[in-house]
Design a protein. Sequence first.
Length: 335
Amino acid sequence: MRKFTISLLLASLMSLSSYADELRLQDNAPTRYTVVKGDTLWDISGRFLKDPWKWPQIWGMNKAEIKNPHWIYPGDVVVLDTSGATPRLSLVKSNSGHTVKLSPKVRGTVIDDAGILPIPASAINAFINQPFVMEKGALDNAPRILSAEEDRMVLGGGDQAFATSDGSKTTNWKILRPGKALIDPDTKEVLGYEVEYLGEARTIVEGNPQRILITAASQEIEAKDRLKSADETYSFRYVPHAPSGVINGKVISAYGGLAEAGQYTTIVINKGQRDGLEEGNVLAVYKNGGKVDGVTLPDTRSGLIMVYRVFEKVSYALVMQTNRPVNLLDFVRNP
């Protein structure tokens, strides 16, 4: 019986692997496509593939190339080759006229680099430096706002305030507030604490206390809110790809406290680095089928998400495609 069970398991894994490797071309896939400004890797892939997240497979990319892709720029031409057993894409660079294969290339980049991004900049710029998950008490020793110059209770953009100093040379700050605990819905483990992003500030007079100018505010700022260096940079440059291992998780929060998340909304899932997730991983979202007259219905796939920020126990992901709203406790699994 044990051998039979193992055989079934191996057969299932082989079937899953075969399905994951299958490249399904769009019915009207072009043979050539010229990249234009505003395109994304996801958009371009979707022109050729029914499953846009299989972008690395149609390019024949390895893991290093997924993490450090050769950038594609407007004017480059993507060419589809279906002459072999497996369809493949190649690239004609606009400045050379020669067909090239993607290859690893590390280069310093920022989010507004001219190269084609994995996902729309407009969708991720709003979140790229904002979501944080920290351990309990991680902000206890961070500089804090003491009061406004005019003893106002609530602060906003353009206001000045006094704040403590950490003795560093930092002059550009994010304004943060400790938020709710993120709790695993199944194990009840505390996975971390969300930190609310409130805005930005700049030191205008050094000292302890220092005087700061609030340069941007996304919500009301109060005394005791914390400061964290804004000099840290973050750039999402991974290619969309499937996780290397099996992922079974749940949606545990939506950015901004939303009950439902639509396309390009940020959600939080209860899986992170310890579970093998990495930036660029694509997951499918499923809704619980429930029961009708005592009969358990199958879960229904409702969309795709892409992980763009990974912490030890949780990850932030962007809803890429959905045919219905994503809700708390929806399942996330390998696509």
